[in-house]
Design a binder for this molecule. Structure first.
Ligand code: NAP
Length: 341
């Protein structure tokens, strides 16, 4: 298949492009700045080893029309590009605009194209729920594809807000046309080894913080869903190839706390890293939470609240099998250690 890919230089995107090339697809990869070779050199190396073909083209999420020419040459689009950072200055400019305007820009190219039949969009669990307390407040047994995040805003959890607004825009645009079908992938927190050496993804930042001792005096008791980056890539490719797949798909291997992750690290690599021994009590976090970048509202609505997240649809409809979290975490740490040498 001829596929246009956005965000293919990133942490998740590089694995998606690798899999597409392995399976013989022809990939048209958008690059913001073609002179920034270190962002995509690893993908050129991957292409040499696989049967698929690769083309680069210059496009930016915020430059209207920059995806149009290539959209006219492909049958499908995988739209992954969107900033995933918690270190931003202006939530509107740095997160919400690129996510929402970028989605409009890429999907408008799909609607104007004569050839695009399928769009796969990388959304997030952040478009399903904002705070962990949402589950209790909404009287839910577990989060599933039926929910949309209603608790995030430009001021509270703006990254999550950027994802829910972008996904809603995609569904709106899908409903306004009849040419292309839409499949949405909603990964939980993605972990596992990185092919990209330049990604600023928060996934890599979290593991870097754990390994470099940021939490050595204690860790906030926060639960996340986790999924392996290689499984996320496979989900995108299955969604692209299997015409009968429809709708949203949450990806989660299991829910775990940050402390659970550090325990996996400590078991496999004893005495190697300065890992936390305790979870910081919630009342204390209100005083020291700034050191972890946590606001009082975030602490109040997330710390200590366990969540359940359904993976049923991804298993039944996509046929996805999940890598155990232990393998994911150990492979990630091993690779980060290797990169230091
Ligand atoms: P990443 O490594 O930072 O990748 C982000 C990608 O988006 C990069 O290729 C980046 O291009 C591109 N991008 C950002 N702003 C852009 C702009 N203005 N114009 C063009 N391209 C732009 O992050 P990631 O973790 O792989 O995330 C990829 C996607 O997965 C995002 O949509 C994110 O919301 C979603 N997601 C991530 C997770 C997770 O835990 N990692 C979980 C759920 C969903 P450059 O290379 O030029 O910077």
């Amino acid at each position: 298949m001829k596929v246009m890919v956005t965000g293919g230089t990133g942490y998740i995107g590089s694995w998606v492009v690798k899999l597409l090339l392995e399976r013989g697809h022809e990939v048209f990869l958008s690059i913001r700045d073609l002179s920034h070779i270190q962002k995509y050199r690893h993908i050129e190396d991957i292409e040499k080893k696989h049967k698929g073909k690769l083309h680069f083209f210059k496009a930016d999420l915020l430059q209207n029309g920059s995806f149009d020419d290539v959209a006219n040459q492909v049958e499908a689009i995988i739209h992954m590009a969107s900033p995933f950072t918690l270190r931003f200055k202006d939530p509107v400019k740095d997160l919400i605009e690129p996510a929402v305007k970028g989605t409009k820009n890429v999907l408008s190219a799909a609607s104007r194209s004569k050839s695009v039949k399928r769009v796969v969009l990388t959304s997030s669990i952040a478009a399903v729920h904002g705070d962990n307390i949402d589950m209790k407040e909404q009287h839910l047994e577990e989060f599933s594809e039926a929910q949309f995040n209603t608790s995030s805003s430009q001021w509270h959890q703006p990254y999550s807000y950027s994802k829910v607004m972008a996904e809603k825009e995609a569904w709106k645009m899908y409903n306004e046309q009849g040419k292309w079908s839409l499949v949405v992938i909603n990964p939980t927190l993605v972990m596992g080894p990185s092919l990209s050496e330049t990604s600023n993804s928060e996934s890599l930042a979290l593991m870097h913080d754990i390994l470099t001792g940021k939490y050595r005096f204690g860790v906030p008791k926060i639960y996340f869903g986790f999924v392996d980056v290689r499984d996320v890539a496979m989900a995108h490719v299955l969604a692209l190839e299997n015409k009968s797949v429809k709708g949203r798909h949450i990806l989660v291997e299991r829910v775990a706390s940050i402390m659970d992750i550090t325990k996996i690290v400590g078991k496999k690599f004893p005495n190697r890293f300065k890992l936390p021994k305790v979870e910081v009590p919630k009342f204390l976090l209100y005083t020291v939470g700034w050191a972890f970048g946590l606001t009082a509202k975030f602490i109040k609505r997330n710390v200590g609240y366990k969540i359940k997240i359904s993976s049923k649809k991804s298993v039944q409809d996509l046929g996805l099998t999940y890598t155990p979290l232990e393998t994911t975490i150990c492979d990630m740490v091993e690779q980060m250690e290797l990169n230091k040498k």
